[in-house]
Write a protein that binds this ligand. Structure first.
Ligand SMILES: NC(=O)c1ccc[n+]([C@@H]2O[C@H](COP(=O)([O-])OP(=O)(O)OC[C@H]3O[C@@H](n4cnc5c(N)ncnc54)[C@H](OP(=O)(O)O)[C@@H]3O)[C@@H](O)[C@H]2O)c1
Length: 285
């Protein structure tokens, strides 16, 4: 019987894992949200691990507010670096395999073809910098780890672009969305399935991986698809990043090449548009 701890379980990805991970004969899940386990509290992290035989820790806990991070550097660092270090060290001590989630924002966006795991990182903002530092901590503390970088997560849970567009579609008649940042919308439920497949298959090809849905698009095209599929009539205007300044600079291109994880897990990766259609048909019911 495997025991799997999910930290940050109240967030979008944590909730998606909960949706699909029914406790089976072979696996039992312990879910810890931020009030049940604050990963920045080293003492609490170690005592949480002490009397449990945890085989895997899936770290869904993170500071994810990309723009606010620019001014909350200390808080972002505490969660994305120090919190991750606490988890990694507790995992190392107990022989637990750590599955840590990272981001496409570790790249600067200067490429024009999807990023490979081996490509040079160079985050533009504080969020990406702290996430990259978190990755480095994981790698330096324990060998038994999977770092999975993903992109543009959305789902029926938490705050995400799809849900924001559905809300704005009811409130606005006109909306402008940036059309010069490219990446791949990824359904968090698909990522959750991939993470669980790593565990179910006892995969031991530790290391760094990319996982996103298939295809490349822009935020404008993503929004357009959400409105069309939901039959929301809105005057949607494509704009440039320059016309929509944000506190954090984002990569112009951050699509990820998922072939490495596809081959170790023998995955079928859904095309983003096809997946979005399915998710919306459930959400809009
Ligand atoms: N969302 C995206 O578009 C995206 C894209 C690429 C990569 N990622 C990565 O994917 C992972 C999951 O993202 P998500 O979308 O599920 O994020 P999310 O919805 O913001 O969830 C993050 C969770 O972490 C919790 N948390 C924050 N500080 C904590 C602490 N000190 N101890 C324990 N838990 C804490 C939060 O709890 P509270 O709400 O109670 O603070 C929240 O439930 C993250 O590593 C993120 O960097 C996300």
């Amino acid at each position: 019987m495997k025991t799997v701890l999910v930290t940050g379980s109240g967030g979008q990805l944590g909730m998606c894992i909960k949706d699909i991970a029914v406790s089976s004969k072979e696996t039992s899940f312990i879910y810890a949200n931020s009030s049940e386990l604050d990963i920045t509290n080293r003492k609490d992290v170690f005592s949480f691990f002490i009397d449990k035989n945890i085989d895997y820790c899936i770290n869904c806990a993170a500071y994810t507010a990309v723009d606010t991070a620019e001014t909350e550097i200390e808080k972002a660092t505490k969660i994305n670096v120090e919190g991750v270090q606490n988890l990694a060290e507790a995992c190392k001590e107990k022989g637990t395999i750590l599955i840590h989630i990272s981001t496409d924002f570790v790249f600067d966006g200067s490429k024009i073809t999807p990023y490979l795991e081996t490509n040079q990182t160079n985050p533009k903002g504080v969020y990406g910098k702290t996430k990259l530092q978190g990755e480095k901590v994981v790698k330096s503390v324990l060998n038994k780890h999977f770092i999975i970088r993903t992109s543009w997560l959305y789902s029926e849970h938490g705050n995400n672009f799809m849900k924001t567009m559905l809300r704005l579609g009811k409130e606005r008649e006109v909306l402008s969305v940036v059309n010069d940042q490219k990446g791949t919308p990824t359904y968090a439920g698909d990522l959750a399935k991939v993470i669980l497949k790593v565990i179910e298959t006892n995969n031991s090809s530790f290391g760094t991986y990319h996982y996103s849905n298939k295809g490349v698009t822009t935020w404008y095209e993503f929004a357009k698809e959400i409105f069309e599929e939901s039959k929301i009539l809105i005057d949607l205007k494509p704009i440039t990043t320059a016309a929509y300044p944000t506190a954090a600079e984002r990569p112009k291109f951050s699509a990820l090449d998922s072939s490495k994880i596809k081959s170790i897990l023998n995955l079928e990766i859904p095309f983003w548009k096809k997946r979005l259609k399915k998710v919306l048909s459930k959400t809009n019911k």
